[in-house]
Design a protein around this ligand. Structure first.
Ligand code: NAD
Length: 494
């Protein structure tokens, strides 16, 4: 097996990164590009032994890293951000070849955001804290102590973006990390290790174990040396992780799937509403936050649908490296099979296909056509289950109450988007929506200081700004008696 592969002209190490060294496994898995099915390389396939080595390295590195000053840690994280920016083009191209998302969005949106993840949490760290406060003359002093080695497990739809959105705050807080990237998109995590080492991150502070969820993932989650688990992925996997982590009572942060609504009221700017709806095909629909349920006020259904279908027909599907491409491939044959299964069952249950409805015959394979289905019942599988592909449903409503009822009627609660020309309606409706994030007349505006997470089965906990540090730290309150010592004989309960 080759330990180095060249992907888009970029050298990528296929081994794990443990304790500041590259470590190979005898077993490997094959990484394939969704663009054309080309084999990118054989990647080390870790299991319990590699995970144990990584956790051991993370534990050994923890006291030293935890003892560094905030300013020192911030300086290293800013140097990592510099390294990401210096290699932005390479990271963007490798990510596109690995997961098939659009190169232009990796270049202009995602990779700058990866650098920002490090800069933001470095900056936030320097301001972290709250004023001491007084209890009958006693001083309360709250500190955010690093928790220890953190297990970070990420999906394939936004690999480096999600890996660094977890890694940056975990490291900023003074923790060490073992990252297990998704097996369908393992490459940019390996490049991150090179960048972090060049930026001066000490050995063992960041470790990456490649491999399958059932092997490397399970071993990591059940390891008693792990103090936090932050997972982004699907609900079924989250259930397995929660079960596996239960004996150790390891605290969990779970960012899971969704079936988010886009509510379009008759008073909305219809051009904006159509833009918002078309945006839901981004990343070939493989976006957890995607508002895949279009809920449209009956009086504008016809006009909305006409304009939407015009725009959908104009979407260029093809190679995600081309500047004109609006929608690329889905990640893997298994994912396409899953998407197509949902559509077929929906049609069998009575749904009408307004556009799309199958793979693109000209491109074949993994290029699923942007699809809109109507005539779907609220309790239908296609309305209730996350497809994670370019498949939207269209339903109508007559009243605001009905819109809210439809919007809230799934077991998810990740996000909701609404288009309306009325501020009062926006306030009324957003207050009633069950969602971690509500967007009004906009979509995907995400500030790292905002709380991010899902309600109901879309997640447990929130990350972002203080919420990230709350999760990745053991928070301690130290209460001191007046003048720093207690009067003789005082039992502390006075
Ligand atoms: P997945 O749950 O199949 O896998 C995610 C990760 O978990 C992978 O690294 C996988 O190897 C690992 N894994 C699998 N089984 C495991 C186990 N038993 N123990 C430990 N780790 C295990 O999800 P996916 O298909 O890679 O990603 C798509 C899902 O992610 C969708 O449901 C999507 O909505 C969700 N997602 C959520 C967010 C969010 O922020 N809420 C963001 C992106 C994606």
């Amino acid at each position: 097996m080759s330990e180095h592969i060249t992907v888009g002209g970029v050298a990528v190490d296929t081994r794990h990164w443990i304790g500041g060294r590259r470590v190979a496994s005898a077993a490997t898995f094959t990484d394939v590009s969704p663009i054309d099915g080309a084999v990118l390389g054989e990647i080390s396939r870790g299991g319990p032994a590699e995970v144990d080595a990584a956790v051991t390295a993370a534990r050994a590195a923890f006291p030293g890293w935890a003892a560094t000053s905030r300013a020192e840690r911030a300086a290293v994280l800013n140097a990592v951000a510099d390294g990401v920016e210096a290699r932005l083009e390479e990271l963007a191209l490798v990510e596109t070849l690995d997961n098939g998302a659009l190169l232009r969005s990796h270049r202009r949106g995602v990779m700058p955001r990866v650098a920002h993840n490090f800069r933001f949490f470095a900056g936030w760290l320097l301001d972290l804290g709250r004023e001491d406060f007084d209890t009958r003359g006693h001083t309360n002093h709250v500190t955010w102590d690093p928790a220890g080695p953190c297990a970070l497990i990420t999906p394939w739809n936004a690999p480096l973006m999600l890996a660094t959105w977890k890694t940056a705050p975990a490291l900023a807080a003074g923790n060490t990390v073992v990252l297990k990237p998704a097996e369908w998109s393992p490459l940019t995590a390996s490049l991150l290790c090179d960048i972090a080492a060049a930026a001066g991150l000490p050995p063992g502070v960041l470790n990456v174990v490649q491999g399958y969820g059932a092997e490397a993932g399970t071993a990591l989650v059940e390891h008693p040396g792990i103090r936090r688990i932050s997972f982004t992925g699907s609900v079924p996997t989250a259930r397995r992780i929660a079960t596996t982590a239960a004996p150790n009572l390891t605290p969990l942060s779970l960012e899971l799937g969704g079936k988010s609504p886009l509510l379009i009221f008759a008073d909305a700017d219809l051009d904006l509403a159509v833009d918002l709806a078309i945006e839901q095909y981004d990343n070939a629909g493989q976006v957890c936050l995607a508002a895949t349920r279009l809920l449209v006020e009956s009086t504008i259904e016809e006009e909305f649908t006409r304009r939407f279908l015009e725009r959908a027909a104009a979407l260029v599907q093809g190679d995600p490296r081309d500047e004109d491409t609006g929608i690329g491939p889905n990640i893997h044959p298994r994912q396409v099979e899953k998407i197509d299964g949902f559509v077929r069952r929906a049609v069998a249950a009575g749904a009408r296909v307004l556009t799309g409805g199958g793979p693109n015959a000209d491109l074949g394979g993994l290029y699923y056509r942007p699809t809109l289905l109507t005539g779907v019942a609220q309790d239908a599988e296609i309305v209730q289950e996350e497809v994670f592909g370019p498949v939207l449903t269209l339903q109508t409503f007559d009243t605001e109450d009905e819109a809210v009822d439809l919007a809230n009627d799934t077991r998810f609660g990740l996000a909701a988007t609404l288009a309306t020309g009325s501020r009062e309606r926006a306030e009324r409706v957003s207050a009633r929506l069950v969602a971690g994030t509500v967007w009004v007349n906009c979509f995907f505006v995400r500030d790292l200081q905002a709380p991010f997470g899902g309600s109901r089965e879309s997640g447990v906990g929130r990350e972002g700004g203080d919420w990230s540090f709350d999760f990745y730290c053991d928070i301690k309150n130290t209460v001191s008696a007046p003048n720093g010592w207690a009067p003789k004989g005082w039992n502390g309960h006075g």
